[in-house]
Structures are given as C-alpha cells and as structure tokens.
Design a protein around this ligand. Structure first.
Ligand code: C2E
Ligand code: CA
Ligand code: CA
Length: 376
C-alpha cells in the first residue's frame, strides 16, 4: 500500500484547489479524472479542460508564486501525486548541466514575464550552471570532432591462461590522442554517456576492434567494453556480426564486457541486448566483478560466459585474508555458473601464482603486458 503521505485521494466532485488559492505544488494524476475550470464573467465555473491518468496540472505553481489562475476538481474518485517546488529543484540541481541551464533560463524568463518577484530569491540557475553547461558541450563537441578526425585509438591488453601463460585473448581499451596527450577513458567515456555520442563511439569501438583481429593469432578473442546507452543500440551488434562475417571470423571470438552497475541501471534493455548478443554467438563477460551487489538471483539470469574479478581483490589478496577469501568464493561461483574466471590487474608473479592456487584460470595485468597498440 502507498503511504498517504505521498498520495492525495479525492471523491467525485471534490475540489483539489480553487482559483485564487495560494499553492506551490503541481500534481500528476495517478487514477481518475480532473476538471480544470475558471470563473467566467457570469461568476459561474467554466470548464477549461478535463485531464486523465498521467497528465500534469497546477504546474505554474512550480514556476511562480501567484495565486492559482484556475481551479481543479475531481470528476470521479481520483488519486494524485504531488510534485513540490523543492523536489523539482532538487531534481534539476542533480540533472545534466545543459538541461539545468536551459530549463533554469526558461523558468526565470517565464517568471519575469509573469511579473513574479519570488521570495525567497529564485535558485533556478546555479552560479556555475553556465560554466558547467559550456564545458559539457565543449567536451562533447571535442569528442565528436575527435571521432571524425581519427583521434581515437584502441589499445589491446593480453589475457593469459595462467597455467602456461599463453595469451588467449585481448581486451580493447580506448585512448584519445587530443591536445598533445593520451587522454584515458575515465575522462571521456562519462562524457559520451550523456548523449547518443555513446552509441556513435560504441560503434567505432566495435568496428575498430573487429579490424584488430587481422593482427592477432587465430584463436584469440577480443573483448570490448560496453556502456549503458549501447543497450538501446541493437544495430551495433549486427554491424559487428557483419564485419566479422566479412572477414570469416567466428562471432564467438568477439566478447562484450559489461559491469553490474550498467546492468542495474537498464536491466530490461540490457538483458534483451545481451540475449541477442549471445544468440548471435558473442561471449559476455561481467566486468569489475565483486565490487557491486553480485546477487546470485540475477547472475543466473544473465547469459554470461565469464566473470572478470575486479583488480582491487588482486591488489590486496596477498596482504588481506578477506580478499583471498572473496577470490576463492568467486572461483566457486564461476564454476557453479559454468563460466570462465579472469583476474584483472595482476602486477606480480606472486599474485599470479597465488591466483593459480585459488583456481583462477585466466588473468590480465601489467605483469603480462600493458594495453598497447597492435603491431603486425
Ligand atoms: P576496465 O574495463 O576495468 O579496464 C581495465 C583497466 O585497468 C584499464 O584502464 C587498464 O589499463 C587497467 N589495467 C590493466 N592491467 C592493470 C594492472 O595490472 N594494474 C593497474 N593498476 N591497472 C591495470 P583504462 O584503459 O584506463 O580503462 C579504464 C576504464 O575505462 C575501463 O576499465 C573501462 O571501464 C573503460 N573503458 C576503456 N575503454 C572503453 C571503451 O572502449 N568503451 C567503454 N564504454 N569503456 C571503456
Ligand atoms: Ca573491461
Ligand atoms: Ca575491469
């Protein structure tokens, strides 16, 4: 049951607010119908509109502090959810800087047009909004131009079978040669994820990774990292599959790396996308494993082929017994799920040997090779 704190219920005919009332909330209709009315010249209520579920009314109260220009009553038993000015402000504050700047400006203009002098002073626009929005746009434009101008590269880091240290695959990691330096992914991936730039970038990664197979041994796989927005891009999977087919490379040699956080933000579309990738034969690896919720319930529902153990466990496994325990548990879990287990961030022989003892079959890290351009 919903707490009555969050919902408002009205009987048929009951007034929600009257014209002239003070108010600082808008409403979304959850169930029922609402009549909007104004007082006509005759002094009678005249119908302005009738609204149903999903529609919003009273929204001017979020913009100005003038009395309600119209009234609203329930036409039938009606349930509403209120949107307060403070709540909207919090959402706006947490939103994309560009959205904040544009919406904040529109709201301030509207308020000025309506001759409203808010008290306390309005905070639609944060002092830094303009700077933040400008910087965000500059970054997006620079990345977009960088894609046009060929400034991006894929570096490849080998993944080895730990028992004999033979390379079995390569992880593709993006690099951006920009303004005379090699920009690492944490500086530009989040920027791409604010818009469909992520889709364009993801397609570039897919195509470039496929081209990389030409320089690799026959059996080696290539894994690419995937971002949340790509779950909405079914086309990228077909493009990769077509490019592989053209070169007579089995789709199974392409693997996709997704993180738990990504999955949890877009569960339904992620599952559909991953199922499709799996159906056309690609492998799927759960990246940074162990840092999120790692719930068994959902792991069983994922079409996985491998777990990649986050490097934080490898970094501390020799000094912290808790990390070693977690590592062992993950290897058991991988066995239970019938998927491969890959340890990330191996920097020393001692770590590699200890991982073999724990039953981890594959590994990657600076010990075996840093991410580097392919040669050959
Ligand atoms: P990740 O997928 O967890 O990639 C592994 C990161 O660990 C890489 O950082 C790699 O250079 C680094 N690494 C590998 N071995 C070692 C080691 O032994 N020690 C240490 N300290 N680090 C090691 P990088 O290349 O800076 O990438 C950072 C993150 O950016 C990646 O984390 C991945 O989430 C993301 N990323 C990279 N390329 C792409 C891409 O093409 N698309 C998307 N969506 N994300 C990408
Ligand atoms: Ca990865
Ligand atoms: Ca990782």
């Amino acid at each position: 049951m919903d707490s009555p704190r969050y919902t408002r219920d009205y009987a048929a005919g009951e007034d929600i607010f009257r014209q002239g009332d003070a108010g600082d909330e808008a409403f979304i209709i959850e169930q029922g119908r609402v009549a909007i009315w104004s007082i006509g010249t005759s002094g009678e209520r005249e119908a302005v509109a009738e609204l149903g579920p999903g529609e919003v009314f009273g929204e001017m109260a979020l913009v100005n502090r003038k009395p309600r220009a119209a009234g609203a009553s329930a036409r039938e038993p009606t349930r509403l959810r209120a949107i307060s000015r403070a709540h909207l402000q919090q959402r706006l504050d947490a939103s994309d800087p560009l959205l904040r700047l544009v919406l904040g400006t529109v709201m301030a203009r509207l308020r000025a047009t309506l001759g409203d002098t808010p008290s306390p002073p309005s905070r639609d626009r944060q002092p830094d909004d303009a700077q933040d929005a400008l910087r965000a746009l500059q970054q997006e434009h620079a990345i977009s131009a960088g894609l046009d101008d060929g400034e991006f590269r894929l570096h490849f880091q080998p993944v080895l079978r730990l028992s004999d240290r033979a390379p079995v695959g390569y992880e593709a990691l993006a690099r951006w040669e920009h303004d005379g330096r090699l920009v690492p992914p944490p500086e530009f991936i989040p920027v791409t994820e604010r818009s469909d730039l992520a889709i364009r970038f993801g397609r570039w990664v897919g195509a470039t990774a496929v081209a990389g197979f030409a320089a690799l041994d026959d059996a080696a796989y290539v894994s690419i990292n995937v971002s949340v927005r790509q779950f909405g891009d079914a086309m990228v999977l077909d493009q990769i599959a077509d490019a592989l087919a053209e070169r007579c490379i089995p789709t199974a040699r392409m693997r996709l790396e997704v993180t738990e956080t990504h999955l949890l933000t877009q569960w339904d579309s992620a599952i559909a996308w991953l199922d499709r990738a799996r159906a056309i034969g690609m492998g799927i690896m759960l990246d940074d494993f162990g840092t999120g919720y790692s719930s068994l319930a959902y792991l069983h529902r994922l079409p996985l082929t491998a777990l990649k153990i986050d490097r934080s466990f490898v970094a501390t496994m020799l000094s912290d017994p808790a990390s070693a325990k977690i590592l062992r548990t993950i290897t058991l879990l991988a066995r239970d799920l019938d998927v491969d287990c890959i340890a990330e961030g191996i920097e020393s022989d001692a770590q590699a040997d200890a991982l073999v003892d724990l039953g981890v079959a594959y590994g990657q890290g600076f010990l075996f090779g840093r991410p580097a351009p392919l040669t050959g």
